[in-house]
Design a protein around this ligand. Structure first.
Ligand code: HEC
Length: 162
């Protein structure tokens, strides 16, 4: 083995070693990062942001007030039974479940306060809380002793139960 040959051999061995390390170091952290990201995404919502959240509350008196508001300001589009509207999506059943259950109450409140379309915030905060109470009640979410608030900071800590 001459000097050059020996040298070339070492370089070759070195490269093979490096490739092996690249495979081990390069691939694994990527896999681990992907795994951690997946875990964060799947568990993040339920574990981190909705843990310690309380179920959204409203009173039955509030829901009755809300049903009047609903009839006057919402039913022409969303339908008399909340699921038979000609000009708006159903506000109960599968559609409600898919969009709102398991999520903070603030999201639904904010959406409701954009209604009717083109007249956001026109009904006033108390009316939006009342009509939201009526929608929750129509979806089988039980009434309690505390009125539904229109305070967004508090609504963010309350979850619409599954
Ligand atoms: C003029 C017709 C009209 C009226 C009146 C109206 N809405 Fe809507 N609403 C719509 C339409 C159209 C959509 C779908 C587009 C959108 O999400 O903005 C919608 C969407 C919604 C959504 C989201 C539904 C979902 O799951 O995606 C909610 C909640 C809602 N309206 C509540 C109300 C409430 C409460 C009132 C009464 C205060 C009301 N709407 C009045 C037409 C109407």
């Amino acid at each position: 083995m001459n000097y050059e040959g020996y040298n070339a051999n070492r370089i070759d061995t070195g490269n093979r070693q490096a490739a092996k390390w690249r495979r081990m170091i390069g691939v694994r952290p990527t896999m681990i990062a992907a795994l951690l990201a997946a875990v964060a995404v799947t568990s993040g919502l339920s574990a981190a942001s909705t843990a310690n959240m309380i179920s959204v509350g409203y009173t039955s008196a509030q829901a009755s007030r809300g049903s009047v508001i609903y009839r006057e300001s919402c039913s022409q589009c969303h339908g008399s039974s909340l699921g038979n509207g000609e000009f708006g999506p159903p506000l109960r059943g599968g559609n409600f479940r898919a969009h709102w259950r398991g999520r903070p109450a603030s999201g639904l409140y904010v959406k409701i306060a954009t209604m009717p379309p083109g007249a956001a915030n026109s009904l006033g905060q108390a009316a939006y809380s009342d009509v939201m109470a009526f929608i929750l009640s129509s979806n089988g979410i039980p009434a309690g002793r505390q009125e539904l608030t229109s305070d967004l900071t508090r609504l963010r800590t309350q979850i619409i139960p599954n």
